[in-house]
Design a binder for this molecule. Structure first.
Ligand code: NG6
Ligand code: CA
Length: 522
């Protein structure tokens, strides 16, 4: 058994060095040969795994349009989301800040208040200052309002108060109420005579739920997801009213695609550069492919919605091409966290997976501290400017803030975001040295080729989702270059490396932080 290392002179010095490094202003990148102020688009999937994209070479699913980006751009093999769940990842992406610095950055209910402080620096704010028009279309899941939202009035603060000129979103997740689209703070198609009410604690009298009226269900729940029923699908949370405003689940992909296409169409006419955060809902549960894609993958709805998302991406790229935008647009393609098969509904994802490997060679999945939780497909694509290739540089979604700010001519940054523009442009193979990843309020350190997971209490495997979480009574240490699947724990045999990793980890997180986290988990 390895003892916890106490704060000593060595780790103290390292902490100071780290603090100094992370607070020091980052030098501006040399972007002389890079055209400035291109349009910037994030195509951001929800729960898409490292092995779900065929260009990543692992699975049996064919994703030709995602491959078009991955093979025509720079495909990162060490690209990380900041967290193994959605809300913290999205928070980090937009704010350039480690999600574990904000104790509220956890999977949020649909009634949660806005997670980003309206005074906080965000990437869309920086880009706006640089003359960009900014928009978010798709899944938000970072809270709305101040905790007491009246869904029938203007909902604020929200995306439009943290840097977006335009927003057309779903509030939380496809499996959480309210099941309506919200545009610039207003519920779309709301009938004032049929007001919306939402509650995550108590049902509204007389409203059917998955428990009271199982005969109304078109999709069965496995765990959670047994509150209000919308379109035959049981959800998380209770909702009443708003009949006319409710979205069509099978039409959601087309809906957001139409939105994204019209947005870029309008912006192309304006001549002003734009930033679009296009956050697709697939393949998160409930998986509801349009009938055009039903049965197409042979893997059940999870495979079908990935093919649907792939088609959507193809259509969207076609639009960019038609509008003459492709040569002047930097596209970042990634996912908010790793894959999961059974995430709460009976939808054949487990039964029909066949030989497909959503996590590729990686261990774990969504919710996990192991690699598949946070290492995701990560591609930068810019026709004619970024040379197609593969990069092994360690890059994270937190770094997009400083890097894209730099691309747009701004030196603004945050202490956590590193300016890796040269790596994103393929001009350098040098990425980050160290990164503290997060999974359901636990953290681990990736530094160089190594990953160190501190001891955590809790189950080794989450039984419902059947995913190895990374919890262990012992420290875990893996050399990812030699052991990408994390099968060989070297903590006992390489004490020197372990000690070095703990010192770096404590330097970033602070020496007492992990113990506090552990107490919270009990
Ligand atoms: C979990 C849900 C899961 C999914 C997840 C959020 C249950 C039992 N599970 O709490 O289905 O909604 O939250 O996923 O309710 S995420 O990708 O948005 O983080
Ligand atoms: Ca997600």
């Amino acid at each position: 058994m390895i003892k916890l290392f106490s704060f000593n002179y060595f780790s103290g010095l390292l902490s100071l060095l780290f603090l100094f490094q992370s607070c020091a202003p980052q030098p501006a990148q040399d972007v002389e040969s890079t055209p400035s102020s291109p349009n910037i688009i994030f195509i951001y999937l929800d729960d898409l795994g490292y092995g779900d994209v065929s260009a990543y070479g692992a699975g049996t699913l064919q994703t030709p349009n995602m491959d078009l980006l991955a093979n025509g751009g720079l495909r990162f093999t060490n690209g990380y989301a900041s967290s193994a769940t959605c809300t913290p990842s999205r928070y980090a992406l937009l704010t350039g800040t480690y999600p574990w610095r904000n104790s509220e950055a956890k999977i949020l209910p649909g009634t949660a208040p806005l997670l980003i402080d309206t005074a906080q620096l965000t990437l869309p704010k920086i880009l706006k200052e640089q003359g960009y028009h900014t928009a978010v279309i798709g899944k938000w899941h970072m809270g709305l309002g101040a905790g007491d939202v009246d869904w029938n009035k203007e909902i604020s603060p929200g995306p439009n108060q943290v840097g977006f000129d335009y927003s057309h979103i779903l509030a939380a997740t496809q499996d959480r109420v309210p099941t309506v689209y919200i545009q610039d703070g207003k519920v779309v198609n709301l009938d004032p005579n049929d007001p919306i009410q939402v509650d995550y604690e108590t049902n509204f009298e007389g409203e059917p739920t998955a428990i009271s009226n199982p005969e109304l269900l078109a999709m069965k729940w496995h765990h959670g997801h047994n509150n209000s029923i919308v379109n035959g699908i049981p959800r998380i949370g209770f909702m009443k009213g708003g009949e006319q405003a409710k979205w069509s689940d099978v039409g959601m992909a087309d809906h957001f695609l139409d939105q994204a296409k019209s947005y870029v169409g309008e912006r192309a006419q304006s001549g002003q550069p734009f930033f679009l955060f296009y956050a697709l809902q697939q393949p998160h549960v409930p998986r509801t492919p349009h009938p055009r894609f039903e049965g197409k993958s042979g893997m059940g709805p999870r495979g079908d919605v990935i093919l649907e998302a792939d088609w959507v991406i193809g259509e969207f790229i076609k639009t960019l091409e038609e509008q003459g935008l492709l040569e002047n647009t930097m596209i970042v393609f990634s996912s908010d966290n790793g894959p999961v098969l059974n995430d709460g509904y009976y939808d054949d994802a487990v039964e029909k997976i066949g030989n497909h490997t959503p996590a590729g060679p990686l261990k774990g999945g969504k919710y996990s501290l192991f690699e598949a939780g946070t290492r995701v497909p990560f591609v930068t694509y810019w026709k004619g400017t970024i040379k197609p290739g593969v990069s092994d540089a360690m890059v994270t979604q937190i770094d997009l803030l400083a890097s894209l700010a730099s691309l747009a001519g701004s030196e603004k940054s945050t202490p956590d975001s590193e300016n890796l523009l040269d790596a994103f442009m393929g001009k350098s193979q040098k990425g980050r040295d160290a990164f503290v990843l997060e999974a359901t309020s636990r953290t681990a350190l990736r530094a160089g080729d190594w990953i160190m997971i501190p001891p955590y209490q809790g189950p080794e495997v989450e039984k419902n989702v059947n995913i190895e979480l990374g919890n262990s009574a012992e420290y875990q240490l893996f050399n990812l270059k030699e052991d990408i699947s994390q099968t060989n724990n070297l903590a006992q045999s390489n004490l020197e490396k372990l000690q070095e990793m703990i010192a770096i980890f404590e330097g970033i997180r602070g020496p007492n932080d992990r113990q506090i986290q552990q107490l919270e988990l009990k």
